[in-house]
Design a protein around this ligand. Structure first.
Ligand SMILES: NC(=O)c1ccc[n+]([C@@H]2O[C@H](COP(=O)([O-])OP(=O)(O)OC[C@H]3O[C@@H](n4cnc5c(N)ncnc54)[C@H](O)[C@@H]3O)[C@@H](O)[C@H]2O)c1
Length: 318
């Protein structure tokens, strides 16, 4: 009995320390104010995108909420305006799964907003299916949509430098691979695809985020624009909303206790967005507000260049 109590005590102690030390992680320490600066945050109606937008609005930035759903985007707009006390928050519709929508968003933005200081490519999806352009959903939304968006806005970012592009990737990029032979079709997963295959394709798309940032940094050399990719941590968000409902119910108590909340989860994004003195780290990958080493496949120059060229062709930019 006493051994059992000891084991239970140790387990509770370890869980407590894990939650309050490891899960909490580091916080962004920048006190930067952003009055007169304009920021776009994609996917900012929920999750860490919304808390990122909230933080930046409180710092005085003009924040563009680039969201797919008008209804949810406008609800987030009202909440952020109310809580931040800022009237410099704007909703603009953007569906990253549609190249037409990305072009239309960029056109509206460039016509109506004179500045762009920070672009945060935050939106992400963990779901099977195809985009309206016939690409695999995760590849299309997580990588291609952001690739086109960034390229369409790059001149404005350059005009407003020093400016930044921050792309939210994931630790899972370590499990990813880029298969150039069937990037286009193979990644469009249908119903009934195994959980492992879905995770693998999500990881591929997150490796694309890291390689995109690697190549972008090279293209931006000599400009005043820098770029960073990052892992935000494991977050108790809505990302897994399209996975099995049973699994979601079973995992809910664990994710609620052991995963970061969205305020903790947006700290590395804020660090990459705001921290002064990291400009020399352009193109690098961050986690827990710290620059990290990546495996060779995530900084492979040839693969990054090839992915860039393929992405240009898929977006009609080439
Ligand atoms: N949740 C985690 O544990 C975790 C871990 C590592 C990385 N990430 C990454 O963090 C980012 C934010 O995810 P989150 O955890 O806040 O999840 P979330 O699902 O709460 O937020 C994702 C946002 O992306 C938006 N989005 C999805 N498809 C879109 C589309 N086609 N067009 C425009 N917006 C679209 C959603 O509407 C939502 O606002 C994602 O890139 C995700 O891959 C999350």
């Amino acid at each position: 009995m006493s051994t059992l109590l000891l084991v239970v005590g140790v387990v509770i102690g370890v869980a407590y320390i894990y939650r309050h030390v490891v899960v909490k992680g580091k916080s962004c320490t920048s006190t930067a104010k952003l009055h007169g600066r304009t920021v776009i945050v994609t996917g900012s109606n929920t999750g860490i995108g919304k808390t990122t937008a909230m933080d930046l609005a409180k710092r005085g930035a003009r924040v563009i909420l680039a969201c797919r759903s008008k209804q949810r985007g406008e609800a987030a707009l009202e909440e952020i305006k109310r809580e931040s006390g800022s009237n410099q928050v704007v909703f603009m519709q953007l569906d990253l799964g549609s190249l037409k929508s990305v072009r239309s968003f960029a056109e509206t933005f460039l016509k109506s907003e004179p500045r762009l200081d920070i672009l945060i490519n935050n939106a992400g999806i963990y779901m099977q299916g195809r985009t309206e352009d016939g690409l695999g959903m995760m590849f299309g939304v997580n990588h291609i949509g952001h690739f086109l968006l960034t390229n369409l806005l790059l001149d404005r970012l350059k005009e407003c430098g020093p400016s930044r592009v921050v792309t939210v990737s994931s630790l899972t990029h370590n499990f990813g691979n880029i298969n150039f032979d069937c990037l286009n079709t193979h990644k469009a997963l249908g119903l009934g695809t195994s959980s492992m295959e879905t995770l693998r394709v999500y990881s591929d798309s997150k490796l694309c985020n890291v390689l995109f940032t690697h190549e972008l940094a090279k293209k931006l050399q000599g400009s005043k624009v820098t770029c960073y990719s990052l892992h935000p941590g494991a977050i108790n968000s809505e990302l897994a909303r399209n996975t099995s409902p049973v699994l979601q119910i079973l995992l809910k108590p664990l994710t609620a206790y052991f995963f970061k909340n969205t305020i903790q989860g947006c700290q590395t994004t804020l660090h990459c967005t705001l921290q002064e003195g990291i400009e020399h780290l352009s193109g690098r990958y961050f986690s827990n507000c710290t620059v990290r080493k990546v495996y060779p496949k995530a900084k492979d120059d040839a693969a990054a260049r090839k992915l860039w060229e393929l992405s240009e062709r898929l977006c009609g930019l080439a």
